[in-house]
Design a protein around this ligand. Structure first.
Ligand SMILES: Nc1nc2c(ncn2[C@@H]2O[C@H](COP(=O)(O)OP(=O)(O)OP(=O)(O)O)[C@@H](O)[C@H]2O)c(=O)[nH]1
Length: 212
């Protein structure tokens, strides 16, 4: 059985910190494409013939290991389905999340108008101290834009949350957005958990404990 991971000097390294991030927003805004672009950078880009739209059914999640100030961090990114019929299921995954990536599509006014509703759901289920970042996706489709950038900036300012326009297709601001959200979560005084999966290999149940 594999033992605990050793650092460069042979000393045992602590397990990575575990951060739960949830993707939220209307159907077809690009949540899955953003997660894929971030966790599988070599996959074909969104918005090309190689990537026809397949709606997320229920829920999916991806994991990405990143370094933050010399600490290993395991990002568990939950990709929810934006379709109305999955709303109750999707929002049930909001509890316990430390961060949210809330996405609208700059070419779809309805997806922007629903931001207030999504923010209410997030605060109701995850508490109003949770970190949220707002993304206006598909900024490569400038000629089809119906939501001016200033509108995204304004609503983000009103909620006091960071905002970026992104393109999963052209890989604009994706890495940047996740890095900022991770930084905001880890810099908070709130409890962040170690992922003890890696040190309890013979236990079936996952255990976590407080890092601070
Ligand atoms: N041009 C362009 N197309 C994109 C971009 N991001 C996603 N798309 C396309 O938009 C469509 C929907 O993308 P998804 O990532 O499946 O959207 P979703 O929000 O996960 O949708 P649900 O699973 O229904 O909630 C797909 O055809 C993608 O290829 C982008 O940045 N630019």
């Amino acid at each position: 059985m594999a033992g605990p991971r050793k650092g460069p000097g042979g000393a045992e390294e602590p397990p990575p910190l575990l951060v739960k991030i949830v993707m939220a927003g209307e159907s077809c805004v690009g949540k899955t494409s953003i997660v894929r672009r971030y966790t599988e950078p070599d996959s074909p880009p969104a918005g090309t013939p190689a990537t026809s739209y397949l709606a997320t059914i229920g829920i999916d999640f991806k994991v990405k290991l990143v370094m933050f100030n010399d600490t290993r961090v395991k990002l568990q990114i939950w990709d929810t389905a934006g379709q109305e019929r999955f709303h109750t299921l999707s929002t049930s995954y909001f509890r316990g999340a430390q961060g949210f990536v809330l996405v609208y599509d700059i070419t779809n006014l309805k997806s922007f108008q629903s931001i207030t509703m999504w923010m209410q759901d997030i605060y109701e289920k995850a508490g109003d101290e949770v970190d949220v970042i707002l993304l206006g996706n598909k900024c490569d489709k400038e000629s089809e834009r119906v939501v001016p950038k200033q509108k995204g900036e304004k609503i983000a300012w009103e909620y006091g949350i960071p905002f970026f326009e992104t393109s999963a297709k052209d890989n604009v601001n994706i890495e940047h957005a996740f890095s900022l959200l991770t930084k905001e979560i880890l810099e908070k005084k709130s409890c962040v958990l170690y992922d003890l999966d890696v040190v309890t290999l013979n236990e079936s149940k996952k255990r976590t404990c407080c890092a601070f």
